[in-house]
Write a protein that binds this ligand. Structure first.
Ligand SMILES: NC(=O)c1ccc[n+]([C@@H]2O[C@H](COP(=O)([O-])OP(=O)(O)OC[C@H]3O[C@@H](n4cnc5c(N)ncnc54)[C@H](O)[C@@H]3O)[C@@H](O)[C@H]2O)c1
Length: 342
């Protein structure tokens, strides 16, 4: 299958591309390169790619692909809170436009990276795909809007699939340090402390980046009758843990690390436990990675690649890195790259 992966130079894309290629797919990337140099350890080998801002993609650029895997987005809550209108522009409007152009260009399948945070605060009950969507942030709201608008485009020629990923963890050469397990392990390696700023009670569903890639592969290859316009939570119930339990798994793998639950940010309303039975039953999805195994992998990679405090706080944290690109004059007010080598 000829597959276009948007956001291929991000944390998930960098891990996903080799997995799709190893499965025999002909992969092209599409990215504006916000994080292309944010690499820890040996540089990854990128596929052939189109360097363009998602907002400027043309129909011609989408011709000849059988499927689009759409990962490109401003990918977290702090970014969304900083610039909600740009988040809606990229994550919502440009994503819907991409889907429309892809459909016009004859692309038959559109696999979209949504998020379990569309459920917002859900309490103790396990939430399945039919639960009400109560997004709490512009980021999560943008994902709900894309699901709604792209679902309306589904027909015999166009099969969208919405993968609502749990929060990712695990090593990627284009590391993200601003997601919970990656962050806690990094902090422990650099300072000896595992600091939890909330009271530790919120539930978080987690899933390894390579397990997310496996789910996307399944969604690409499944018969369209199985996945047509379906939404699937991506993860496994055994990785629904409280923040305090996640932190304990870090203490267990980082020698000498101490657990500090400070509670300084008070209660966190983003708490939910997720039911992952639909993707297991429909697609045979199995998550290979537990949180302790992921914490151990991160510890080994951080130590062997020589993670520094500077890299951890800036290069591998999405918001300060984008702010640095902006203050260097590489991005304009709308966060378009000013210099490109397209
Ligand atoms: N990592 C997670 O925990 C997680 C969980 C659920 C959903 N997701 C979703 O998965 C997708 C990928 O996440 P990630 O963690 O790899 O994020 P990331 O920030 O590492 O990667 C996003 C990629 O999109 C590109 N991009 C952003 N805006 C663009 C634009 N205007 N034009 C072209 N390219 C643009 C960036 O350059 C980057 O390479 C996102 O849609 C995210 O919302 C991620």
């Amino acid at each position: 299958m000829r597959v276009l992966v948007t956001g291929h130079q991000g944390y998930l894309g960098t891990v996903m591309v080799p997995i799709l290629r190893d499965a025999g797919h002909d992969v092209t990337g599409l990215d504006c390169g916000f994080f292309e140099d944010c690499v820890l350890g040996p540089a990854p080998v990128d596929p052939p790619s189109i360097r363009v801002d998602l907002r400027d993609v043309t129909r011609e650029q989408l011709e000849g692909f059988d499927a689009v895997v759409h990962l490109a987005a401003l990918s977290n809550d702090p970014l969304g809170a900083l610039a909600p209108e740009i988040t809606y522009d990229i994550n919502h409007h440009a994503s819907v436009r991409l889907a429309r152009l892809a459909k016009d260009a004859g692309v038959r399948r559109f696999v979209y990276a949504s998020t379990c945070s569309v459920y917002g605060s859900a309490g103790e009950e396990l939430v399945s795909e039919s639960a009400p969507l109560r997004p709490l942030t512009p980021y999560a709201e943008s994902k709900v809007r894309v699901e709604d608008d792209v679902a309306a485009m589904a027909d015999d020629s166009f099969t969208p699939v919405f993968l609502r990923n749990a929060t990712a963890f695990g090593f990627s050469p284009r590391l993200r340090a601003d997601i919970v397990l990656n962050n806690l392990v990094g902090h422990a390696v650099l300072t000896g402390d595992v600091r939890v700023l909330s009271d530790g009670t919120p539930w978080r569903p987690l899933v390894h980046a390579r397990d997310i890639a496996s789910a996307f592969l399944l969604a690409l290859e499944a018969p369209s009758s199985t996945v047509h316009c379906a939404a699937y939570n991506v993860g496994v119930e055994s990785n629904n843990l409280t923040v305090a339990e996640i932190a304990q798994s870090v203490v267990d793998v980082v020698p000498g690390a101490k657990l500090l639950i400070t509670g300084e940010t008070g209660a966190d309303p983003r708490s939910y436990r997720v039911d992952f039975s639909a993707i297991r039953n429909a697609l045979g999805f199995k998550a290979a990675w537990s949180i302790p195994a992921g914490a151990a992998e991160l510890y080994e990679q951080y130590v062997s690649a020589g993670l520094t405090a500077e890299g951890f706080a800036k290069k591998f944290t999405r918001l300060p890195h984008l702010e640095a690109l902006r203050s260097r004059g590489d991005l304009d007010e709308s966060m378009r790259r000013i210099t490109t080598d397209a």
